[in-house]
Design a protein around this ligand. Structure first.
Ligand code: KIV
Ligand code: NA
Length: 266
């Protein structure tokens, strides 16, 4: 089986085939998603939240993300593996972006993702011209939570909408192969999708995007607590499934019914 390429994703846009992206943070889940036919796996800096338990994605470091990329890369045979560059790893300069991205590519990623548009087009250009495919990310960019003042919808109103379209065009012009649109009005996401030659990947950005992405724990109903965002659809209730399995295991251990003779060696 041949690995999915960025070219395959351009071709999917041309032929109006939608596709699904999921986050992954380890070998075991990457294998499941890969075997289910998910063409693109993102080692998101959302690992800050769902793996490390931070409140935001701001504190996660390259060193915390790198081993997760290695696990996902070893688990994904067919999927294109994209690694998020974390906050602080690329904003300063093209040189910084190249140095950071190189570490992720050496761990097995086939592409990197960065947040921002026009203001990081020099970084995107440097990466793509060095052979590193880049996925952009506009709208709610969680690494900027402290200046966005929260995770509210981005791109409402003519001024914000026009800026987002300029940012999207800047990413395409700099060589990006796709762009994530996070919590953006559906009509604006549809316009950007139509204007760009590269695929848009929506998360809370309506059905007109070329692709959709969710954090896998959100998609599968594995929640630490709290209410999921409006855009999340839970396709399973892993909280309940896993919780029940854990309780059953502990109950059998306490009762002395696990392990039975069939789970023992003589
Ligand atoms: O880190 C992440 O999970 C992401 C996706 C939600 C796009 O950036
Ligand atoms: Na991210």
């Amino acid at each position: 089986t041949r690995r999915v390429t960025t070219k395959d994703l351009q071709e999917a846009k041309r032929s109006h085939h939608r596709w699904a992206m999921l986050t992954a943070y380890d070998y075991s889940t990457a294998r499941v998603f890969d075997q289910a036919g998910i063409p693109v796996l993102l080692v998101g800096d959302s690992a800050a939240n769902v793996v490390y338990g931070y409140d935001t994605t701001v504190p996660i470091s390259i060193d915390e993300l790198l081993p997760l990329v290695g696990g996902v890369a070893r688990g994904a045979e067919r999927a294109l593996v994209v690694a998020d560059l974390p906050f602080g790893a690329y904003e300063a300069s093209a040189e910084q972006a190249l140095a950071s991205a190189t570490r992720f590519m050496q761990r097995g990623a086939q592409a990197v993702k960065v947040e921002g548009g026009e203001r990081i087009s020099a970084q995107v250009k440097a990466l793509t011209s060095s052979g590193i495919p880049v996925m952009g990310h506009l709208g709610v960019t969680p690494q900027a939570v402290n200046s966005l003042s929260g995770y509210r919808v981005q791109g409402r109103g003519d001024e914000e909408a026009e800026q987002m379209l300029r940012d999207a065009r800047a990413l395409e012009a700099a060589g990006a192969f796709a762009v994530v649109l996070e919590v953006v009005p559906a009509a604006l996401a549809a316009t950007i999708t139509k204007e760009l030659g590269i695929p848009t990947i929506g998360i809370g950005a309506g059905v007109e995007c070329d692709a959709q992405v969710l954090v896998w724990q959100d998609m599968a109903g594995l929640r630490g607590g709290g209410r999921p965002a409006r855009f999340v659809k839970e396709y399973a209730d892993l909280n309940a499934v896993l919780g029940a399995a854990v309780e059953a295991f502990a109950t059998e251990v306490r009762a002395g019914t696990y392990p039975s003779s069939e789970h023992s060696y003589r």
